[in-house]
Design a protein around this ligand. Structure first.
Ligand code: ADP
Ligand code: MG
Length: 237
């Protein structure tokens, strides 16, 4: 991202974001509520049109075509706080929908791959269940598997555990940790600072639409430079 400015009417929500993420990096994005974290993620996959600057993914300019999910770059997977599974489809149907419709993967092949992904996130026995029959943690693991079914190059997570009961947070973080260890490029908005410390290659701290500070997790948590970062860390640790 170079010089990215995003406005909602008169409100400037991103005020000049420069951010380069290398392949294989796991970037944890943190900052106070309203600082622009979700908006930044949404600019990476073209869900939001920007006013100024540029967003380039894998050498290609991201141009927003509005928030229609089927026009998004299929190489960028996104996982939201509120699972967003299609409630009228089974878990397996949720996983094969985009691969068959968007990537034109043959149905049998999509099903085989979906089952493998469900096994990978530990819910293969839920393939024929509907989302509301699953716990929150299981639904979020299904949502991650659904994103992976598109074979993404980059995964964006927007507070993936914030809506979960404490005992379910770990099962989702475990799946994300495995993904990180397999080399997936990830940008994760989260308040799980233990996870950030352990898994992130870099922590980026935002406030009021700007990147205030970024560092490797050890340095970020043990010797933050900026006053605003110190205050934030003091509040959440
Ligand atoms: P964060 O994810 O860090 O909490 P957001 O990116 O959601 O922050 O929001 C940043 C700011 O942009 C907030 O002031 C929020 O109210 C505003 N905002 C976000 N989305 C919209 C929208 N669709 N229309 C108007 N304002 C918005
Ligand atoms: Mg947000």
């Amino acid at each position: 991202m170079r010089g990215v400015v995003k406005r909602f009417g008169a409100l400037e929500v991103l005020r000049g974001i420069d951010l380069t993420i290398e392949r294989g990096e796991v970037v944890v994005l943190c900052g106070p509520s309203g600082s622009g974290k979700s908006t930044l993620l949404r600019c990476i996959n073209g869900l939001e049109a920007i006013a100024l600057g540029e967003v380039i993914v894998e050498g290609e300019h991201v141009r927003s075509k509005g928030s229609k999910l089927d026009t998004l770059n299929p190489r960028i997977g996104m996982v939201f706080q509120a699972f967003n599974l299609f409630p009228h489809l089974t878990i397996l149907q949720n996983l094969i929908l985009a691969p068959t419709m968007v990537l034109k993967v043959p149905r049998a092949e999509a099903i085989e791959r979906a089952r493998a992904l469900l096994a990978r996130v530990g819910i293969e026995q839920k393939a024929d269940a509907f989302p509301d029959m699953l716990s929150g943690g299981q639904q979020q693991r299904a949502a991650i598997a659904r994103a992976l079914a598109m074979n993404p190059e980059l995964m964006l997570f927007d507070e993936p555990t914030s809506a979960l009961d404490p005992e379910m947070i770990h099962e989702v973080l475990d799946v994300m940790r495995d993904l990180a260890h397999e080399g997936m490029t990830m940008v994760i908005v989260t308040h799980e600072m233990g996870f950030a410390r352990e898994v992130a290659s870099r922590v980026v701290f935002m406030d009021e639409g700007l990147i205030v500070e970024q560092a490797k997790p050890d340095a970020f948590f043990s010797k933050p430079r900026e006053e605003r970062t110190k205050q934030f860390i003091g509040k959440i640790l």
